[in-house]
Write a protein that binds this ligand. Structure first.
Ligand SMILES: NC(=O)C1=CN([C@@H]2O[C@H](COP(=O)(O)OP(=O)(O)OC[C@H]3O[C@@H](n4cnc5c(N)ncnc54)[C@H](O)[C@@H]3O)[C@@H](O)[C@H]2O)C=CC1
Ligand SMILES: O=C1[C@@H](O)[C@H](O)[C@@H](O)[C@H](O)[C@H]1O
Length: 337
């Protein structure tokens, strides 16, 4: 039976996800849409020929009897209340990152799910579904480079809009590394430090760019990440794990090598949507399949809470210029691995 999905938040990624479900993936259908921008949602419904029902408020959409599961792609601050409504209705929900914008609201989602007694929430950390990260994890698990000691990462965007300000480099951008490195290393973080360097002339007024985040894990692994969102040259995601006897690198996206006019070159991607396009497909297809089996197979509400709590500690570390311990609530047995 087809999974009937309602989408809440029909902006950039909400539309992308709705279209990939409509055109590319199997086992599901978009039957309902909601967004605070109703006119744009009607226009999207018409131009994409989804033929979905447009709801004026998200509660009615969540409670509709012909909606089996929800896809949340509204702005981060709206996620917590919308997730709590999905859990109250007992419906599975895929929620884009960040799950919540504070540790406190993340914990409320975790507690509501535990109370409901059934895992319903999956968080949109798509890098866990990327073929390159999966290959890297396989290499680490095989012990090929010995135990991991250090990780060097970079998260570079060519530019960001004027509305991207303040600590979004951590809460919106670095949150991907927070999740994927914890999954990759199978380890939790114990402390965070954030260092600001020289500001790039290309960073807009509301932004100090780049910044560096240093994390330490419970096994003592040291992670450094450069976050540089006005780097100009491309959307460049780097991850190098250094082990006792070798180093393992995240594969670069495939690109034809050119020898031309006295130069050898390969292209660097410039658009985050293209860099992880296959990962988004795999992520949502696996979510549809698992939901139909009544399971959650991807990042859970606990992972979402963990990421929000770590991001919060990083923000505190940035402003205090101190090394901040990462303290979490006790993990409920409900989320045991
Ligand atoms: N996994 C990934 O790589 C990516 C994830 N995201 C995440 O997806 C979410 C949406 O991001 P974008 O699509 O880029 O933003 P966007 O601004 O293009 O779209 C957000 C939409 O949500 C709507 N909205 C806001 N509050 C709402 C509410 N209370 N109820 C219903 N609709 C509401 C807005 O009107 C807008 O249409 C964010 O949480 C963002 O961090 C965004 C880009 C990439
Ligand atoms: O989630 C995303 C954006 O919201 C964020 O702004 C970008 O920095 C990330 O690379 C992208 O994956």
């Amino acid at each position: 039976m087809e999974l009937r999905i309602g989408v809440i938040g029909c902006g950039a990624i909400g539309q992308d996800h709705a279209l990939r479900i409509h055109r590319k993936l199997s086992g599901a259908r978009i039957v309902a849409l909601n967004d605070i921008n109703l006119a744009a949602t009607h226009a999207f419904n018409d131009t994409s020929r989804l033929d979905a029902k447009v709801y004026e408020n998200y509660q009615d959409l969540i409670n509709a009897s012909d909606v089996d599961a929800l896809l949340l792609a509204s702005w981060g601050p709206a996620h917590a209340d919308q997730l709590l409504a999905c859990i109250a209705a007992g419906k599975p929900v895929f929620c884009e990152k960040p799950m919540t914008t504070s540790a406190e609201s993340g914990l409320r989602v975790v507690e509501a799910e535990v109370q409901a007694g059934k895992k319903l929430v999956q968080v949109g950390f798509m890098r866990r579904f990327d073929a390159g990260y999966r290959a890297l994890k396989k290499t680490l698990n095989a012990g090929t480079i010995g135990d991991a000691l250090m990780v060097h990462c970079a998260h570079r965007n060519p530019s960001v809009p004027e509305m991207y300000v303040g600590d979004m480099c951590i809460t919106d951008t670095f949150v991907h590394e927070i999740d994927v490195l914890r999954w990759l290393l199978d380890d939790d973080y114990v402390s965070a430090q954030v260092v600001e360097g020289r500001k790039s002339r290309n960073a807009h007024a509301g932004l100090h760019d780049p910044v560096m985040v240093l994390l330490e894990t419970s096994k003592g692994i040291r992670i450094d990440t450069e976050i540089f969102v006005s780097c100009r040259f491309g959307y460049d995601i780097q991850c190098q794990v250094v082990g006792e006897i070798g180093a393992a690198f995240l594969p670069e996206p495939a690109s034809v090598a050119l020898r031309l006019e006295g130069r050898a070159s390969t292209a660097i991607q410039t658009d985050w949507k293209q860099r992880f396009i296959d990962a988004y497909d795999v992520e949502l297809q696996e979510w549809i399949d698992a939901t139909q089996r009544g399971q959650v197979n991807g990042p859970t509400a606990w992972d979402g809470y963990f990421a929000s709590a770590t991001a919060e500690a990083c923000v505190e570390a940035r402003h205090s210029k101190a090394i901040v311990p990462i303290r979490l609530a006790e993990r409920p047995a409900f989320y045991s691995k």
